[in-house]
Design a protein around this ligand. Sequence first.
Ligand SMILES: C[S@@+](CC[C@H](N)C(=O)[O-])C[C@H]1O[C@@H](n2cnc3c(N)ncnc32)[C@H](O)[C@@H]1O
Length: 224
Amino acid sequence: MIPKIMHDPLFFDLFLQDMSISVTEMFRDPSVFDVIRKKIFTSLKTYSKVNIWHAGCSTGEEVYSMAIMLKEEGLLKRARIYATDFNNQSLAFAEKGIYAANKIKLYTKNYLAAGGKASFSDYYHARYESAIMDDSLRQHITFANHNLIKDQVFAEMHLIICRNVLIYFDQTLQNRVLKLFFDALIHRGFLVLGDKESIDFSAEKESFEVYTDKERIFRRKVHL
Ligand SMILES: C[S@@+](CC[C@H](N)C(=O)[O-])C[C@H]1O[C@@H](n2cnc3c(N)ncnc32)[C@H](O)[C@@H]1O
């Protein structure tokens, strides 16, 4: 008998939902966003077009946070954000950009701690118990299914954010994904990992230099 998971796409999605821990929040670890805004954006401003990839974007909170910062720094119009995950249910949720109103207090606190320059309420419309993210942010985001374990590079990136995803992979898979990021990044492009993630034991360690240790931000070196 062919297992149900092999032929039923809905069942497969439900299985992935169980398998993939999708916990996330807006401006999670505010100091990371603060460094991206104050240091990395200074470098991105020298390009006429900027590609940013959120790999393992889950339900999109991190992606809208990035779009808000780009808007405040005058970079959104020249930016394209690719938001990918292998979980279609999370992606559908992310694309809608509708979040529970009871999370807004925490997100506003994170936004301000991350150097937010306006009022967080400028970026969503409140409706009943929900906050709907503003369309001007969504227009610059492309949501797509991408499996880091088996799919390829699809565009040249200036900045890749892949936080709290590698912790679920063994060293072989981490090596594969870090090589994928190396291939996707432009020379001197930036890579942001999660606070429990490291390249120290990876075969790709020499491909990157540490940019800021505390925030787990790295920069692609020249081809070896
Ligand atoms: C804990 S969430 C991280 C969300 C967000 N990056 C953050 O740090 O707030 C991990 C995400 O990685 C995704 N993921 C796990 N394995 C993946 C794979 N092989 N390819 C793409 N996404 C994957 C999961 O579906 C989940 O949405």
